[in-house]
Design a protein around this ligand. Structure first.
Ligand SMILES: [Zn+2]
Length: 235
Protein backbone atom coordinates (compact mmCIF):
# COMPACT_ATOMS: atom_id res chain seq x y z
CA UNK A 1 0.00 0.00 0.00
CA UNK A 2 1.18 3.44 -0.82
CA UNK A 3 0.98 6.02 1.89
CA UNK A 4 0.29 9.38 0.35
CA UNK A 5 -0.98 11.27 3.36
CA UNK A 6 2.29 13.04 4.12
CA UNK A 7 3.33 13.45 0.55
CA UNK A 8 3.52 17.14 -0.25
CA UNK A 9 1.21 17.77 -3.16
CA UNK A 10 1.36 20.90 -5.21
CA UNK A 11 -1.32 22.46 -7.34
CA UNK A 12 -0.52 23.43 -10.91
CA UNK A 13 -0.44 27.08 -9.77
CA UNK A 14 2.11 26.26 -7.07
CA UNK A 15 4.24 24.24 -9.45
CA UNK A 16 4.37 27.04 -12.01
CA UNK A 17 5.09 29.67 -9.36
CA UNK A 18 7.96 27.60 -7.98
CA UNK A 19 9.48 26.79 -11.35
CA UNK A 20 9.21 30.43 -12.31
CA UNK A 21 11.16 31.57 -9.26
CA UNK A 22 13.79 28.89 -9.93
CA UNK A 23 14.25 29.85 -13.55
CA UNK A 24 13.96 33.61 -12.97
CA UNK A 25 16.55 33.31 -10.20
CA UNK A 26 14.61 34.36 -7.16
CA UNK A 27 12.10 36.66 -8.82
CA UNK A 28 8.57 35.67 -8.02
CA UNK A 29 5.11 36.23 -9.36
CA UNK A 30 2.37 37.87 -7.35
CA UNK A 31 -0.46 35.68 -8.54
CA UNK A 32 -0.84 32.66 -10.72
CA UNK A 33 -4.07 31.94 -12.52
CA UNK A 34 -4.46 28.57 -14.13
CA UNK A 35 -7.19 27.88 -16.65
CA UNK A 36 -7.85 24.55 -18.27
CA UNK A 37 -8.56 24.63 -21.99
CA UNK A 38 -9.52 22.03 -24.56
CA UNK A 39 -6.20 22.31 -26.41
CA UNK A 40 -5.10 19.36 -28.50
CA UNK A 41 -2.19 20.75 -30.47
CA UNK A 42 -0.42 22.38 -27.58
CA UNK A 43 -0.29 21.31 -23.96
CA UNK A 44 0.03 24.77 -22.51
CA UNK A 45 0.67 28.46 -22.87
CA UNK A 46 1.95 31.01 -20.40
CA UNK A 47 1.50 34.74 -20.30
CA UNK A 48 3.26 37.11 -17.96
CA UNK A 49 1.37 40.32 -17.32
CA UNK A 50 3.42 42.41 -14.99
CA UNK A 51 3.74 40.34 -11.85
CA UNK A 52 0.84 38.10 -12.71
CA UNK A 53 1.21 34.81 -14.46
CA UNK A 54 -1.53 33.23 -16.47
CA UNK A 55 -1.17 29.55 -17.24
CA UNK A 56 -3.46 27.89 -19.74
CA UNK A 57 -3.08 24.18 -19.86
CA UNK A 58 -4.76 21.54 -21.91
CA UNK A 59 -7.31 19.37 -20.15
CA UNK A 60 -5.29 16.49 -21.58
CA UNK A 61 -2.48 17.23 -19.16
CA UNK A 62 -4.17 19.05 -16.29
CA UNK A 63 -4.67 15.73 -14.50
CA UNK A 64 -1.22 14.34 -15.27
CA UNK A 65 1.17 13.54 -12.39
CA UNK A 66 2.80 16.52 -10.71
CA UNK A 67 6.20 15.73 -12.16
CA UNK A 68 4.75 15.85 -15.67
CA UNK A 69 3.13 19.22 -15.02
CA UNK A 70 6.43 20.41 -13.60
CA UNK A 71 8.21 19.21 -16.74
CA UNK A 72 5.69 21.18 -18.79
CA UNK A 73 6.40 24.26 -16.66
CA UNK A 74 10.13 23.89 -17.32
CA UNK A 75 9.53 23.54 -21.04
CA UNK A 76 7.22 26.58 -21.26
CA UNK A 77 9.39 28.84 -19.09
CA UNK A 78 12.57 27.80 -20.89
CA UNK A 79 10.91 28.83 -24.13
CA UNK A 80 9.80 32.13 -22.61
CA UNK A 81 13.29 32.88 -21.30
CA UNK A 82 14.94 31.52 -24.45
CA UNK A 83 16.94 28.95 -22.56
CA UNK A 84 17.53 25.30 -23.29
CA UNK A 85 15.08 23.02 -21.51
CA UNK A 86 16.81 21.05 -18.73
CA UNK A 87 17.35 17.66 -20.44
CA UNK A 88 15.96 15.52 -17.62
CA UNK A 89 12.71 17.47 -17.62
CA UNK A 90 12.41 17.20 -21.39
CA UNK A 91 13.07 13.47 -21.22
CA UNK A 92 10.53 13.05 -18.45
CA UNK A 93 7.90 14.93 -20.43
CA UNK A 94 8.56 12.92 -23.59
CA UNK A 95 8.42 9.63 -21.71
CA UNK A 96 4.99 10.55 -20.43
CA UNK A 97 3.71 11.76 -23.80
CA UNK A 98 4.95 8.55 -25.40
CA UNK A 99 3.20 6.31 -22.94
CA UNK A 100 0.87 4.03 -24.83
CA UNK A 101 -2.24 4.95 -22.85
CA UNK A 102 -1.50 8.67 -23.05
CA UNK A 103 -0.91 8.54 -26.79
CA UNK A 104 -4.13 6.63 -27.23
CA UNK A 105 -6.19 9.13 -25.21
CA UNK A 106 -4.70 12.06 -27.08
CA UNK A 107 -5.41 10.43 -30.41
CA UNK A 108 -9.05 9.78 -29.56
CA UNK A 109 -9.55 13.30 -28.26
CA UNK A 110 -7.89 14.78 -31.33
CA UNK A 111 -10.22 12.82 -33.55
CA UNK A 112 -13.34 13.84 -31.70
CA UNK A 113 -12.38 17.47 -31.36
CA UNK A 114 -10.77 17.60 -34.75
CA UNK A 115 -9.78 21.08 -35.62
CA UNK A 116 -13.03 22.22 -34.18
CA UNK A 117 -12.77 25.27 -32.05
CA UNK A 118 -15.05 25.06 -29.05
CA UNK A 119 -14.96 28.10 -26.87
CA UNK A 120 -17.41 27.15 -24.17
CA UNK A 121 -20.67 28.96 -23.42
CA UNK A 122 -19.28 31.89 -21.48
CA UNK A 123 -18.55 34.85 -23.70
CA UNK A 124 -17.32 38.28 -22.74
CA UNK A 125 -20.85 39.66 -22.36
CA UNK A 126 -23.27 36.80 -22.76
CA UNK A 127 -23.37 33.38 -21.18
CA UNK A 128 -25.15 30.87 -23.40
CA UNK A 129 -25.62 28.36 -20.61
CA UNK A 130 -28.38 30.12 -18.64
CA UNK A 131 -29.91 31.44 -21.87
CA UNK A 132 -30.22 27.87 -23.14
CA UNK A 133 -31.78 26.70 -19.87
CA UNK A 134 -34.34 29.50 -19.90
CA UNK A 135 -35.31 28.89 -23.53
CA UNK A 136 -35.45 25.18 -22.95
CA UNK A 137 -37.93 25.63 -20.10
CA UNK A 138 -40.01 28.25 -21.84
CA UNK A 139 -40.36 26.73 -25.30
CA UNK A 140 -39.41 23.08 -25.03
CA UNK A 141 -40.78 22.13 -21.62
CA UNK A 142 -37.22 21.44 -20.57
CA UNK A 143 -36.91 18.26 -22.62
CA UNK A 144 -34.06 19.36 -24.84
CA UNK A 145 -30.69 17.74 -24.18
CA UNK A 146 -28.09 20.40 -23.87
CA UNK A 147 -25.56 20.30 -26.71
CA UNK A 148 -22.15 21.93 -26.48
CA UNK A 149 -22.55 25.68 -26.62
CA UNK A 150 -19.95 28.08 -27.85
CA UNK A 151 -18.90 31.17 -29.72
CA UNK A 152 -17.28 31.23 -33.12
CA UNK A 153 -13.65 32.23 -33.28
CA UNK A 154 -14.34 34.98 -35.80
CA UNK A 155 -17.20 37.45 -35.55
CA UNK A 156 -19.13 36.44 -38.63
CA UNK A 157 -21.82 38.80 -39.85
CA UNK A 158 -23.48 36.46 -42.30
CA UNK A 159 -23.53 33.29 -40.23
CA UNK A 160 -24.96 34.30 -36.89
CA UNK A 161 -25.32 30.78 -35.67
CA UNK A 162 -25.21 27.18 -36.70
CA UNK A 163 -25.85 23.78 -35.32
CA UNK A 164 -22.94 21.45 -35.91
CA UNK A 165 -24.34 17.93 -35.72
CA UNK A 166 -20.90 16.26 -35.97
CA UNK A 167 -19.89 17.85 -32.70
CA UNK A 168 -23.41 18.23 -31.34
CA UNK A 169 -22.67 21.90 -30.81
CA UNK A 170 -24.52 25.15 -31.23
CA UNK A 171 -22.07 27.83 -32.23
CA UNK A 172 -23.06 31.49 -32.22
CA UNK A 173 -21.14 34.17 -34.03
CA UNK A 174 -18.89 36.14 -31.75
CA UNK A 175 -20.34 39.28 -33.27
CA UNK A 176 -23.30 38.72 -30.93
CA UNK A 177 -21.08 38.71 -27.87
CA UNK A 178 -20.97 42.47 -27.46
CA UNK A 179 -22.24 44.79 -24.82
CA UNK A 180 -24.40 46.63 -27.35
CA UNK A 181 -26.19 43.44 -28.40
CA UNK A 182 -29.17 42.90 -26.09
CA UNK A 183 -29.82 39.42 -24.72
CA UNK A 184 -33.06 39.14 -26.69
CA UNK A 185 -31.12 39.04 -29.98
CA UNK A 186 -28.74 36.38 -28.68
CA UNK A 187 -31.70 34.40 -27.37
CA UNK A 188 -33.41 34.54 -30.72
CA UNK A 189 -30.39 33.17 -32.62
CA UNK A 190 -29.94 30.50 -29.97
CA UNK A 191 -33.64 29.62 -30.15
CA UNK A 192 -33.39 29.32 -33.92
CA UNK A 193 -30.50 26.88 -33.59
CA UNK A 194 -32.35 24.93 -30.92
CA UNK A 195 -35.15 24.48 -33.44
CA UNK A 196 -32.59 22.92 -35.75
CA UNK A 197 -31.90 20.39 -33.03
CA UNK A 198 -35.60 19.66 -32.83
CA UNK A 199 -35.99 19.39 -36.61
CA UNK A 200 -32.76 17.64 -37.52
CA UNK A 201 -33.87 16.22 -40.86
CA UNK A 202 -34.35 19.67 -42.28
CA UNK A 203 -30.77 20.67 -41.68
CA UNK A 204 -28.15 19.27 -43.98
CA UNK A 205 -24.63 20.53 -44.47
CA UNK A 206 -22.80 22.87 -42.21
CA UNK A 207 -23.72 26.15 -43.80
CA UNK A 208 -26.96 25.59 -45.59
CA UNK A 209 -29.96 26.05 -43.51
CA UNK A 210 -33.26 24.67 -44.66
CA UNK A 211 -36.39 25.63 -42.83
CA UNK A 212 -39.61 23.74 -43.10
CA UNK A 213 -43.07 25.14 -42.61
CA UNK A 214 -43.23 23.69 -39.11
CA UNK A 215 -39.89 25.26 -38.38
CA UNK A 216 -41.14 28.68 -39.42
CA UNK A 217 -44.35 28.30 -37.48
CA UNK A 218 -42.47 27.31 -34.37
CA UNK A 219 -40.07 30.17 -34.82
CA UNK A 220 -43.02 32.59 -34.71
CA UNK A 221 -43.61 31.54 -31.10
CA UNK A 222 -40.51 33.39 -29.99
CA UNK A 223 -41.53 36.35 -27.87
CA UNK A 224 -39.87 39.50 -29.11
CA UNK A 225 -39.20 38.13 -32.58
CA UNK A 226 -39.65 41.51 -34.30
CA UNK A 227 -37.44 43.29 -31.83
CA UNK A 228 -34.73 40.66 -32.10
CA UNK A 229 -34.76 40.70 -35.89
CA UNK A 230 -34.53 44.49 -35.92
CA UNK A 231 -31.47 44.37 -33.68
CA UNK A 232 -29.79 41.76 -35.85
CA UNK A 233 -30.36 43.91 -38.93
CA UNK A 234 -28.39 46.69 -37.30
CA UNK A 235 -25.27 44.58 -36.85
ZN1 LIG B 1 -31.51 27.96 -39.67
Amino acid sequence: MQVLADYPTESTEQIFARVYSEIARGKSVRAVVCVIRPYVNTMGKIHLRGDDLEVRISDLISGAPETVREALAWILFSKLFRRPVPPHWLAHYRRYMNRRDVRHTHQVVRQTRGRKYLSGPLGAYHDLDPLFDALNLKYFAGWMQKPLLGWSRKPSRWLLGHFDSAHNAIILSRILDQEKVPAIAVEYVLYHEMLHLKHPVEHRGARRCVHSREFHLEEQRFEGLKEAKAILKQL
